[in-house]
Design a protein around this ligand. Structure first.
Ligand code: BG6
Length: 498
């Protein structure tokens, strides 16, 4: 049997050292990589195999959790790494690549190949064509493409056309690492493995839903990429909308790749198209300014001094179907927020009548379910309880499940899960071509509107704050506030109610 060779384009980049290599190391340590595998890094930086191994070893020491580092396994793992210093943007690099792959497979051609595109998106269109030119697209070969898949609808359609001309759909794995998160998959288990929530999971009982994925980091070393991308393309068009799909989808009849992905597409196709009023009132764009000891976005490396790229987006979405009609979904993402948190908050409708006194005058009448994807992974349910003692005072309390009680979320991480699924040939948690297109079809009018209205507001927010006040105002229209976990959340009782 031929050797399994994984080829990483962008092997000296940020994603490779932070995510891919730690994930591959964790698969290796768990003996979940095929026997005798090889990982071939491709990049323009010049390394020998030996130099590349040394470089990755030092990065693993930084990016693998301390308690998972094992000197012997790490040394063994890097001995499977190889490096080829060529420019993936040039066609003449590909015969050399083919030769190197054959050399790794004992001088024989092989299709037991997995290509990973961790390059700037500008190369997503050319690499498959060049692979085809040297017949590296055949048989069992697979390709994983990072997000964003396309820059807008037109370019996504063009990319899908290129990929379809080179590979069969079952060879193409469009990755959205949020779906690889244990806690994102658990949204499905929570909804569909429990009978008690389903009857409530609709417009009759749910008032509104929040989906938040915010970070307390800026753009790090990714200025060049980020300034031409922005939060809508980087986070909303893929990660956030996937979370909306997991929350809103119908149960697939059988849980398999096709059925699951059909239901995702149905959610995207049910998103109510946005109108001009929405562009102005229901989409809030922000950009961080200096705050605390943090730089403003425009002072970051490789950022245009007058850049109008958004680092924050809050949006109100609606889903036109029987389950969700009339239930707003508020979604938001932002860089340089007070904390890192990804969570889905489901707000149930209030009791029709409150007959009890409220403890301390603060008596929320609505139940709230928080699916916390990261950090402090868990699930929180808020409900009213009688305060012990005389009278009938009611107070909202918290019931919470934390993954720590199950030994914690396996830190193998989303990338390990997804790479392993791809090796096994399971595309369930990858985005199908029609889903990418349906998502862009929804978001494209926003991008077009911004392009034709360069004066569309971009609100500043100081680094370390919860984003522009205008996004609070959008929530107030619904008589609500965003659910903001307290900084350094360690305990679910600490949810700050604004
Ligand atoms: C990536 C985005 O896809 O997701 C980054 O490009 C973002 O900008 C990251 O920081 C967040 O992922 P996670 O898993 O750390 O929440």
């Amino acid at each position: 049997m031929s050797k399994f060779v994984m080829i990483i384009f962008g092997a000296s980049g940020d994603l490779t050292k932070r995510k891919l290599m730690p994930a591959l190391y964790s698969l290796y340590k768990g003996r979940r990589l095929p026997d005798g595998f090889a990982i071939l890094g491709i990049g323009r930086t010049s390394y020998s195999d030996e130099d590349y191994r040394t470089y990755i070893l030092s990065e693993l020491k930084q990016f693998v959790k301390a308690d998972e580092q094992d000197e012997t396994s790490m040394n063994e793992f890097v001995s499977h790494l190889y490096y080829l210093a060529v420019d993936p943007a040039l066609q003449e690099s590909y015969p050399v690549l083919r030769e190197k792959i054959e050399a790794l497979n004992g001088g024989e051609p092989t299709d037991n190949l997995l290509f990973y595109l961790a390059t700037p998106p500008s190369l997503y269109g050319v690499i498959p064509l060049y692979l085809k030119s040297v017949d590296l697209n055949k048989g069992d070969a697979r390709i994983i493409v990072e997000k964003p898949f396309g820059y807008n609808l037109e370019s996504a359609l063009e990319l899908n056309r290129i990929y379809a001309s080179v590979f069969n759909e079952h060879q193409i794995y469009r990755i959205d690492h949020f779906l690889g998160k244990e806690t994102a998959q658990n949204v499905l288990a929570f909804r569909f493995a429990n009978g008690i929530f389903e009857p409530l999971w609709n417009r009759n009982y749910i008032d509104y839903v929040e989906v938040t994925a915010v970070e307390n980091l800026g753009i790090e070393q990714r200025g060049g990429f980020y300034d031409t991308t922005g939060a809508l393309r980087d986070m909303v068009q893929n990660h956030l909308i996937q979370l909306v799909a997991l929350t809103a989808m119908e149960p697939p009849a059988v849980f398999n790749a096709d059925n699951f992905r059909n239901e995702v597409v149905k959610v995207y196709e049910s998103l109510t198209p946005l109108k001009e009023v929405d562009f102005n009132e229901h989409i809030i764009r922000g950009q961080y300014t200096a705050g605390g000891n943090k730089k403003g976005y425009r002072e970051e490396k490789n950022i245009a001094p007058e850049s109008r790229t958004e680092t924050y987006i809050a949006m109100k979405l609606a889903i036109s179907n029987w389950r969700w009609s009339g239930v707003p979904f508020y979604i938001r993402t932002g860089k340089q927020m007070p904390t890192k948190v990804t969570e889905i908050v489901v707000h149930f409708k209030e009791t029709p009548h409150q007959m009890f006194h409220c403890s301390g005058g603060n008596c929320p009448r609505a139940n709230k379910l928080i699916l916390r994807l990261q950090p402090n992974e868990g699930i929180v349910l808020k409900f009213g309880m009688k305060v012990p003692g005389p009278g009938f005072e009611v107070k909202q309390v918290t019931m919470d499940f934390s993954y720590d009680q199950m030994g914690g979320v396996p830190s193998g991480d989303a990338y390990a899960r997804l790479i392993e699924d791809c090796i096994q040939g399971d595309p369930t948690l990858f985005t199908r071509s029609d889903a990418v297109e349906a998502s862009w079809r929804f978001f494209d009018p926003i991008l077009n509107y911004w392009e034709s209205h360069p004066d569309v507001p971009l609100y500043g927010y100081p680094a370390g704050t919860w984003g522009p006040l205008e996004s609070e105002a959008m929530m107030h229209e619904h008589g609500a506030d965003w659910t903001n976990p307290c900084k350094n959340l360690t305990n679910t009782d600490q949810y700050c109610e604004l």
